[in-house]
Design a protein around this ligand. Structure first.
Ligand code: UT7
Length: 327
């Protein structure tokens, strides 16, 4: 039986910081509204970098942190809803840039839960003996798919990337993984792809509209609070642990009111849920590894700590991972 462990973490955000006050200059919003309704004060926005370029920067840091030879990596999984291309995959661009040879690389699309899905898949590759060392990345340039005239969404999102090295181990690092989806709720959070338009079907009234994120914020809020709670409870039940046995919970960073609601409901200790959305906004698939990397950089994780990562997002999707920090 093989186990997998998180051996290294890294992240990257663009230099350009955009504050709530900066947004006030061109949309009908206020710093006060954004801060009190979401907890977000600023976000990082790409001024030219692509998802693959940010992903490479996060990956290089994770590889250095893991102190592994780069050629050990035999699998690249990249979660994104904002790829550079439909094909090649952003994972393949990262694989090429890192000069990895003849390895498996692919993107996954599970919205903001993408990184959780990525860890689950990589963990299965390792446990089955198909992979020894995986690079799992969440990378997003959401600034290219938000409608900057739509105050309901554009104030919420930011750009960034986070990466982990997951490698085969004789220590039990990843303890439990869980994912789910409910495609019947897809209309609550959408980012349309290229609409059908060809010589045989030209009668599509929406075909020339740009592709933007649409979100029914209120419904997603309700969904998020319930599903985050359920996903954490599922981990605890399946592993016969209680919330008191968990050192930290790293939730998807969408809204501090969602996180605080779940923390209260589950009777978490103060500080048990980590939050950094005040500085980065919602970076979708990048949000959880970005938060994990920040916690590691701050020296918050001690060997033996039990950590739950929990996310939800477009799909709708959700999931949670319980791991031991074994470094
Ligand atoms: O990772 C993807 C998952 N996404 C999420 O988790 C998002 C979940 N949802 C939320 O976080 C919240 O629903 C939002 C932050 C999106 C919205 O907060 P809300 O408290 O649900 O506000 P609301 O949509 O009910 O809007 C309340 C008011 C409305 O005005 P009226 O109709 O009451 O006059 C909005 O037009 O706030 C207005 N509003 C704004 N005002 C200033 C909406 N956006 C803004 C804004 N600035 N940016």
């Amino acid at each position: 039986m093989y186990y997998s462990e998180i051996a290294g973490v890294g992240s990257y955000v663009p230099e350009k910081m955009v504050s709530n006050v900066d947004l006030e200059a061109f949309i009908d919003t206020t710093d006060q509204w954004i801060t009190t309704r979401t907890g977000i004060a600023q976000r990082r926005i790409s001024t030219g970098e692509k998802a693959s370029q940010m992903a490479v920067k996060a990956a290089v840091k994770a590889i250095k942190h893991a102190a592994i030879p780069i050629e050990d990596i035999d699998l690249v999984i990249l979660a994104t809803i904002t790829p550079d291309f439909f094909t090649p995959s952003t994972a393949s661009l990262v694989q090429a840039e890192l000069k990895l040879k003849n390895i498996t690389s692919f993107d996954i699309s599970a919205g903001c839960t993408g990184f959780i899905y990525g860890i689950q898949i990589a963990d299965q590759f390792i446990k089955s003996g198909k992979s020894n060392c995986a690079l799992v990345i969440g990378a997003e340039i959401l600034s290219k798919v938000v409608n900057w005239q739509d105050r309901n969404t554009c104030v919420l999102f930011g750009d960034g990337a986070g990466a982990v090295i997951l490698k085969r181990s004789n220590r039990e690092g990843i303890l439990y993984t869980y994912t789910g989806s409910s495609g019947d709720l897809e209309g609550l959070l959408t980012l349309p792809a290229i609409p059908l338009k060809n010589p045989f079907y030209i009668d599509n009234p929406i075909s020339d509209q740009p592709s933007y994120i649409y979100m029914n914020g209120k419904e997603i809020f309700k969904f998020a609070t319930n599903i985050m709670l359920q996903s954490i409870e599922r981990v605890l039940k399946e592993t016969k642990l209680t919330i008191a046995d968990i050192d930290f919970i790293i939730p998807h960073q969408a809204n501090f009111r969602i996180i605080d609601y779940v923390a209260k409901k589950i009777k978490a200790k103060t500080g048990q849920f980590y939050k950094n959305l005040d500085r980065f906004g919602n970076t979708s698939a990048a949000s959880i590894p970005l938060a994990l990397d920040e916690m590691v950089a701050k020296g918050m994780l001690q060997k033996g700590n039990r950590v739950i990562m929990v996310g939800f997002g477009g799909g709708l999707t959700w999931g949670s991972i319980l791991f031991n920090w074994v470094r």
